[in-house]
Design a protein around this ligand. Structure first.
Ligand code: ZN
Length: 187
């Protein structure tokens, strides 16, 4: 089932989400919710979706960054500059994100909950995330580049933080104007 994605201004997007117990993770309700979130992410389409975005204030994220998709709209050079690589489908529950090195870079970033807008957001280039997977098994993810960016964006959602909070607001652009004026720039 495709779920409705909440837009900026909805109070649930600004709440700290609740952690899930192992029992809750393995429950039919949460297993079904994970399936619905995956379907909703694919339909949007997006590379990540956090439970607060569909109105559930829970520490739950689904993500996937398919090379066959981003290759359609990024040049080989842009893929390299972004250190963007294929990330298989993954479920993250109760994530704890650590920034591994202070090195950061900024690129245009959008959000399904801030539909129609995009802007430059600085993000750390190297992070580590400790979490549980959909079977409640512990999982540690080491990520660089775009994968690290997605993880920071999605983990922020669980703390009630949106990408616009980190955005260089002078770069804020509608998607139409981004496509017209900024898409070809290095960032
Ligand atoms: Zn988002």
């Amino acid at each position: 089932m495709k779920l409705k994605i909440l837009q900026a201004g909805h109070p649930t997007l600004r709440q700290k989400a609740k952690e899930l117990t192992v029992e809750e993770i393995l429950s039919p309700r949460i297993q079904q919710l994970i399936g619905f979130m995956k379907e909703t992410m694919y339909d949007a389409p997006g590379v990540g979706l956090a439970a607060p975005q569909i109105g559930e204030s829970l520490q739950l994220i689904v993500m996937e960054d398919k090379e066959e998709e981003f290759k359609k709209f990024l040049t080989a050079e842009q893929i390299q500059t972004r250190d963007r690589r294929n990330v298989p489908y993954q479920v993250l529950i109760n994530p704890k994100l650590t920034i591994v090195s202070p090195e950061a870079d900024e690129f245009y970033e959008g959000c399904l909950s801030v539909a129609g807008f995009i802007g430059l957001v600085p993000r750390a280039l190297n992070v580590s995330v400790a979490c549980l997977d959909e079977n409640a098994q512990p999982l540690t993810i080491q990520a660089t580049g775009w994968h690290a960016r997605i993880l920071q964006h999605e983990c922020d959602h669980l703390q009630g933080v949106l990408c616009i909070d980190h955005m260089n607001m002078r770069s804020l652009s509608t998607m139409d104007n981004f496509m017209r004026y900024w898409k070809q720039t290095a960032r």
